[in-house]
Design a protein around this ligand. Structure first.
Ligand code: NI
Length: 227
């Protein structure tokens, strides 16, 4: 599933975040790259230990917890503390696949990367290039979203960021381990939940059909979820 999620951040949250990030100290992104992606990666990144990265990451996690579309699509078990990158001056990230397992720095926690997320923080009109290109069974999909919007895509996919030839592309990126390991199961639960939401709006939460389908949904989650 490749899912754009609009308005993860409000305009106020976004402008505050951009102010803090524009004033932060950025380092070469290769410092945090694995052996394979080191050759592929040409960008800047906030150090994971930077207080600004941690504070802004917390705000993003709060925003995600409030976002029903994100929770419904990802059914998150663990979320990697959000990281931040910046592409400018021709910077790019050549085609690669994300590592399957990530340790959360400073903790014994490891997560399996089921979903990758990019939260766009720059106005798309303010830079040229910087498209996120994702290879899917239906061909290459190109993603460049408004600031404050996020895309979720399978961590199993090959993807790249095309060179930024003008301006700067600032984004947050992170990974999610879902309670539902199988992408097919997760996609069906998402479709079911979204349909229940529509029915509930039309008929009210106490409608018998809504109650029955909600029970089916929760019983499927009970059957399929790892917690
Ligand atoms: Ni990647």
């Amino acid at each position: 599933m490749l899912l754009p999620i609009p308005n993860i951040l409000s305009p106020d949250e976004l402008s505050h975040m951009r102010e803090a990030l524009d004033a932060a100290e950025w380092v070469d992104g290769r410092e945090t790259a694995g052996a394979q992606s080191r050759e592929m990666k040409h960008n800047l990144q906030l150090p994971e230990s930077s207080p600004i990265a941690r504070e802004m990451g917390e705000r993003i996690l709060d925003a995600l917890a409030r976002n029903n579309l994100f929770v419904s699509a990802a059914l998150p078990l663990r979320i990697f503390p959000p990281l931040f990158n910046k592409y400018e001056g021709g910077g790019s990230f050549d085609i690669h696949v994300d590592n399957s397992i990530r340790g959360v720095p400073g903790t014994p926690i490891r997560l399996r990367t089921d979903l990758s997320a990019t939260l766009f923080l720059s106005d798309p009109d303010s830079y040229d290039g910087g498209e996120l290109q994702i290879e899917t069974p239906f061909g290459t999909q190109e993603v460049k979203l408004p600031a404050g919007d996020m895309v979720l895509y399978p961590s199993s996919s090959l993807h790249r960021v095309t060179p930024v030839t003008k301006g700067a592309r600032v984004a947050s990126f992170f990974w999610i381990q879902s309670m539902i390991r199988s992408p097919e199961d997760r996609a069906m639960l998402f479709d079911l939940d979204q349909t229940i939401q529509v029915l509930a709006q039309e008929n009210g939460l106490n409608d018998a059909k809504v109650l029955n389908l909600s029970a089916v949904y929760h019983n499927l989650v009970r059957r399929l979820a790892e917690t």
